[in-house]
Design a protein around this ligand. Structure first.
Ligand code: PA5
Length: 443
């Protein structure tokens, strides 16, 4: 099985009867999703997207990606949140964190995901003198971080190659019909791709939002979608054996027992951005109405040397969900060393993945002894197919989990608060009344 939930280490924390007791609520959540009667039901476009996606646009995405790979040394992807994390997560999981150094062809960099001038200057340095294209991604078309980075890079592109050529090198992914970015794109003749109306940012990686950068990175998006489609077939079925729902049930049972933090963990550093994607998916979906598990993440064994102490012996507020990648993209055979000066010959004569696995097994046992529940998600490998599979697994689990928590898993009203204050402090027209009030608070 490509992806499965493995409750092997949970027995001392959750009894079978507890799974049985929460199951009627899982059934209710499933019914709400399928009948589209729950809160946020206008944002359920992700549910059958791996089957019902726009095939004509999919072909255009592939053609645009092929063109970018042919005419560009660098692709700059400008976007934030749901318009950023998924694409980067899939690219790094499948191609590796150092794909720009290890893979031939176009280099992919992300910007518009902060307001750091230092970061943007680095991106400018990366682009200067190179043949570069830009994919600007914003559903609203008005997100400050993205718009700011895009205006700077568009100017750089126009200065380097002229307006006419620049217009052939800008790809806009935005709302089908509305918004300033859509208007601008149409007026300049940029190719445009659609963020579907009924798909929220954190559920958008398998739309053009993620697919264009992912395809430009040379990843087989047919494989990615096939994995997601097979996952959709499996995890859309109501059953006590539905692993996505079982995972959702387990995290809610633990939440109700006072565990307030979930740490998603993986022993593959290439999973780092998948962790970030998961944090947005679950954090924005569940963290509202003063409720929700706080989604945290670690890469092990790296973070065992920083967070390990707390997890082993600190406040007992968390459980861990380990994404167990069964097969690394590349293994490394450990040769015996003459003289054994580092004392590591006991590790030699086997693949390094075995050492990584023993570290994982030892940590699971130690943390279980420390009273931290261990959930496992088994994944065959980080191929495009299995990453697509995993994405849909998390989507289903998250939607079900949100309904179990009795929140609307598809809105994010809290994200607006910082924007309002930032605009007032920057003197944006229309925010004058708030400016004085906030400045007084900062004195
Ligand atoms: O999940 C969300 O809705 C957010 O994270 C958005 O994706 C993010 O704020 C970017 O929005 P936009 O695509 O409108 O620029």
């Amino acid at each position: 099985m490509s992806v499965s939930f493995n409750p092997r280490h949970l027995a001392q924390f959750i009894r079978e009867e507890e799974f049985a007791a929460i199951y009627p609520q899982v059934e209710a959540a499933h019914a709400q999703l399928e009948a589209k009667t729950g809160p946020g039901n206008d944002f359920l476009g992700w549910m059958y997207l791996p089957r019902d996606y726009d095939k004509e646009e999919f072909a255009r995405i592939k053609a645009a990606a092929a063109r970018i790979r042919e005419d560009s040394d660098v692709l700059i992807v400008a976007g934030i949140g749901g318009s950023y994390l998924g694409a980067r997560a899939v690219i790094e999981a499948v191609k590796g964190q150092y794909h720009n150094d290890t893979e031939p062809g176009v280099k992919i960099y992300f910007c518009g995901n902060s307001i750091s001038p230092t970061y943007l200057n680095s991106i400018i340095k990366v682009c200067k003198g190179k043949r570069f294209s830009i994919n600007v991604i914003s559903k609203s078309g008005t997100t400050t971080e993205t718009s700011l980075a895009f205006r700077v890079l568009r100017k750089l592109l126009e200065d380097e190659v002229g307006v006419e050529e620049a217009n052939k090198r800008i790809y806009a992914t935005t709302d089908r019909a509305r918004g300033t970015l859509k208007q601008l794109a149409d007026s300049q003749g940029w190719p445009t791709f659609v963020v579907p109306d009924d798909v929220g940012g954190r559920y958008s990686v398998l739309s053009a939002v993620g697919l264009l950068p992912i395809a430009a990175a040379g990843i087989d998006i047919d494989e990615l979608m096939q994995g997601a489609a097979d996952s959709m077939e499996r995890f859309s079925q109501l059953s006590p054996d539905n692993d996505a729902y079982k995972y959702a049930a387990a995290r809610n049972i633990l939440y109700r027992k006072g565990k307030s933090v979930e740490i998603l963990e993986c022993y593959e550093p290439d999973f780092t951005m998948m962790n970030e994607w998961y944090k947005q998916l679950f954090g924005e979906s569940e963290g509202k109405d003063n409720k929700g598990l706080f989604p945290a993440s670690c890469i092990f064994s790296t973070d065992l040397h920083s967070m390990g102490q707390f997890i082993q012996e600190g406040a007992r507020i968390m459980f861990e969900t380990i994404v167990d990648v069964k097969k690394p993209a590349e293994d490394l055979y450990l040769e015996p060393l003459e003289g054994n000066f580092d004392g590591l010959n006991f590790l030699a004569g086997q693949n390094m993945s075995i050492v990584n696995r023993k570290a994982m097994e030892g940590t699971i046992l130690a943390h279980t002894d420390g009273g931290v529940p261990q959930l496992l998600i088994d994944v065959d490998d980080l191929s495009a197919y299995n990453v697509g599979y995993l994405i849909y697994f998390f989507w289903r689990a998250c939607a079900c989990s949100g309904y179990l928590l009795a929140v609307n898993p598809f809105n994010q009203p809290g994200v607006e608060s910082y924007k309002k204050n930032m605009f007032a402090l920057l003197g944006k027209p229309g925010y004058e009344n708030l400016t004085a009030e906030l400045e007084a608070k900062l004195k």
